[in-house]
Design a protein around this ligand. Structure first.
Ligand code: GLC
Length: 733
């Protein structure tokens, strides 16, 4: 539809119709209650009101949505099509690893392909928009939603935000197989006080701009169609009613001109925040902040009309928001084809097809992080020398998909046993070992089922199996429903009953490989002492069992690098590598000193950001800089030679960090500025060159101007955030 015709449509619409476009209801109001992503609340509507809403969340299926669209448009006075939106954050039916695991691939192009496949399957099922990418910076493993992010680093998250938006949106929303992306949650939702879900976020403008906004900016620069507000307050003002954040920052400073949608019921929840006396005031705050769509609250629906009629808000505010919604529908081509790509035939042919499964398997394998591998216990032999005992609640568990994988199913997910038996069927045994939790435990999302034996019987069986095995593979972890929304935890250890099993097995057989299933970095300090090899599998998705088998039997060398560090203890959180310098830096040597850190733990994590082993060894030469001085507009090249000194073909991710040694404000110890993942044959070497320019040195200085300051800089290049190889250069005036 042309812009003129859009404008004409807007002018022809009644106020009720206009307000209807600013409402989003979940599918319960359209007869589908399978997926509910928020509190039911007290949204009571008449059928007329339902007939006017502009979008629906959390329902899918070509025939379902085609029927819904047809019936809806017939009743609508101007036959304006609905938008269908859903949380497809790591795949539709073909489920990919959780985003935190995808972050460990250090392969944005691979992650982009995963998003493309998610869009192809979702659009064939009639969807138009996904509530993804979640680009919140996360540094506190107590917070359950770290699983939805790509991790603790500003630059890495920015790379993935761009990749995912490009993957979903492709070369035009109206084109087949492409869908709109909705970045979330704006802003700084990943930094709640105490790691407590939905809690207040206190941070300086400098921290907000320098650390929390860049990934959102990257998504916006990539053309992201929508932005979602966050539940949290920023410095005590709820994002959803925060005019400064939404109009001055998001729209003016970051140039976002797409549709801004509230998170679920967040508009009305400003009353609960105590920032709005009632729904009417909440509606006014949100529309004045530029929130275009009220998701699942009664504020806009019940109050906007009164606000306009009483002259408290201008109809221009309504028109501005309605126009953005109509524009999005137009960008998707819905006025020409309201069913877009919904097609039962396509659903049948492409959903979970072999090509999609192959990619899911590849992404999962690349997301696995090998933290330890003493005595080269891994890779396991395929031929039947020495027996292997697999045990633990994840050894034969098909629920290997994250808690936002609404259409993932046990039936379509490959478990470890299936993956292993496809590689080797001789002398491999599988034991439950123990339930996920101690019998009688009530845990969110966990159904104990009929434990057909006592805990002692579980243990005895497993310990006997461990005694006779050459190698034991423990498959342990947190339940998939223990991470995701509203799952903050104060204890991030592995369930105690699983640790009991590990201790008992360790007493009879020390050749232990432990595979961890998790949605967050866990405190594995004890587990680490009891395992010779540790592989972090996260929630690997539909092809998880095959991907893990590919890696543990050596068909694929592990190449994942931690996108978020593993703390030694929950008391260290929030913890991240780009900490700031202090006046009394931590000094691990002295027994007692006036130093930054703790007296009961080192200040470093158990495993740092960017860390991960392969089945080979790599060396990195000294850094060569082509010049020691940098001037604005020029660039320096930093070069190293990386060599595979091991016996196997393997990948390594070369990472470049930069430290601004002195600044008008205290600067981080180092920041990731570039990385390159390479694969080398045994003995092969490769020269890696990174460019350094003045732009990557900019920050918010003491007067909040965003610029680089002349002075000394250090470049670190290596294979994780502890990289030791260093060279210095000077930025001249
Ligand atoms: C939820 C989540 C958000 C999701 C939305 C719609 O509460 O906070 O990430 O996209 O509701 O399901």
């Amino acid at each position: 539809m042309t812009q003129d015709n859009l404008r004409k449509l807007l002018n022809d619409m009644s106020l009720d119709e206009k307000i209807g476009q600013l409402i989003q209801l979940d599918a319960r109001f359209f007869g589908d209650a399978k997926m509910v992503t928020g509190p039911t609340g007290n949204v009571e509507l008449t059928q007329d009101q339902i007939n006017y809403v502009g979008s629906v969340l959390s329902t899918s299926g070509a025939s379902t949505l085609k029927k819904l669209q047809k019936e809806y448009m017939e009743k609508h006075p101007h036959h304006i099509p609905l938008l269908f939106m859903m949380d497809i954050i790591n795949g539709y039916h073909t489920i990919f690893p959780i985003p935190l695991a995808q972050g460990c691939t250090f392969e944005p192009e691979l992650v982009k392909k995963a998003a493309q496949i998610a869009a192809k399957e979702s659009t064939a099922a009639g969807l138009h928009i996904t509530f993804s990418p979640m680009v919140d910076l996360v540094r506190d493993a107590r917070w359950g939603r770290v699983m939805e992010s790509t991790g603790e680093d500003v630059y890495l998250n920015s790379c993935y935000a761009k990749a995912m938006v490009e993957g979903y949106q492709g070369d035009g929303l109206h084109k087949k197989g492409n869908m709109g992306a909705c970045l979330k949650h704006f802003a700084a939702y990943g930094y709640p006080t105490g790691g407590r879900e939905y809690d207040n976020v206190e941070l300086s403008e400098r921290t907000l701009f320098e650390d929390y906004l860049p990934a959102y900016e990257a998504a916006i620069k990539a053309g992201c169609s929508m932005t979602m507000t966050s539940f949290n307050t920023i410095n005590r003002i709820p994002s959803t009613g925060n005019r400064w954040l939404m109009r001055d920052v998001l729209r003016e400073k970051m140039k976002f001109d797409g549709v801004l949608i509230s998170d679920y019921a967040a508009v009305e929840e400003m009353v609960t925040h105590g920032i709005a006396m009632d729904k009417k005031e909440a509606a006014r705050l949100a529309i004045e902040a530029g929130v275009d769509i009220d998701m699942m609250s009664a504020a806009y629906l019940g109050e906007l009309k009164t606000l306009v009629q009483e002259g408290e808000i201008s109809i221009d505010l309504i028109d501005e928001s309605v126009m953005r919604v109509l524009q999005l529908k137009n960008d998707l081509g819905l006025f020409e084809n309201p069913y877009k790509d919904a097609c039962e035939e396509d659903e049948k042919n492409i959903i979970l097809c072999d090509e999609h499964r192959r990619l899911a398997r590849k992404v999962a394998a690349a997301s696995l992080v090998l933290l330890k591998n003493e005595e080269e216990l891994l890779p396991l032999p395929k031929e039947s020398e020495g027996s292997i005992a697999f045990m633990g609640p994840y050894a034969m568990n098909h629920e290997l998909y994250g808690s936002w994988s609404w259409l993932g199913t046990k039936e379509t997910t490959v478990d470890i046993r299936t993956g292993v038996l496809a590689k080797r069927s001789e002398k491999v045994e599988f034991y439950d070992g123990c339930p996920m939790y101690r019998p009688g435990t009530r845990a969110r999302g966990y159904e104990e089922g009929n434990l057909h034996k006592t805990l002692d019987q579980y243990f005895e069986e497993a310990v006997e199996g461990a005694k006779s095995a050459k190698t034991v593979v423990m498959c342990l972890g947190e339940h998939r429903a223990q991470t995701g929304e509203a799952t903050s935890r104060t204890d991030i250890t592995i369930p105690e009953v699983q640790m009991e099993l590990l201790r008992k097995v360790h007493e009879v057989n020390e050749n232990i490989v432990t595979i961890i299933f998790n949605g967050r970095p866990l405190d594995i300090t004890e587990l680490e002492k009891l395992s010779k090899s540790i592989l972090v599998a996260w929630m690997p998705g539909t092809e998880g069992g095959n991907a893990i088998a590919d890696v543990i039997f050596g068909d694929v060398s592990p190449s994942g690098k931690l996108s978020m560090c593993f703390p030694r203890a929950v008391g260290q959180t929030p913890i991240y590598y780009s900490q700031f310098r202090t006046g009394r830096p931590s000094s691990p040597n002295a027994d007692f000193n006036f130093a930054n850190g703790y007296i009961d733990q080192p200040v470093t994590p158990l495993y740092p950001f960017g860390y991960g082993l392969s089945y080979s060894e790599f060396t990195c030469s000294n850094i060569t800089l082509n010049q020691a001085e940098l001037v604005k507009g020029d660039k320096i090249t930093a070069t190293v030679t990386v060599t595979n000194t091991g016996k196997r073909k393997a990948s390594e991710t070369v990472q470049m960090y930069i430290q601004d040694v002195f600044g008008s404000v205290v600067r981080p110890l180092r920041e990731l500025k570039a990385f390159e993942k390479i694969q080398l044959q045994p003995g092969e070497e490769k020269e890696i060159t990174f460019e350094i320019n003045e732009e990557m040195l900019r920050f918010y200085t003491v007067d909040m101007s965003f610029k680089a300051e002349p002075g000394k800089f250090r470049v670190y290049i290596g294979f994780d955030s502890d990289a030791k190889e260093m060279a210095e250069f000077v930025l001249n005036k």
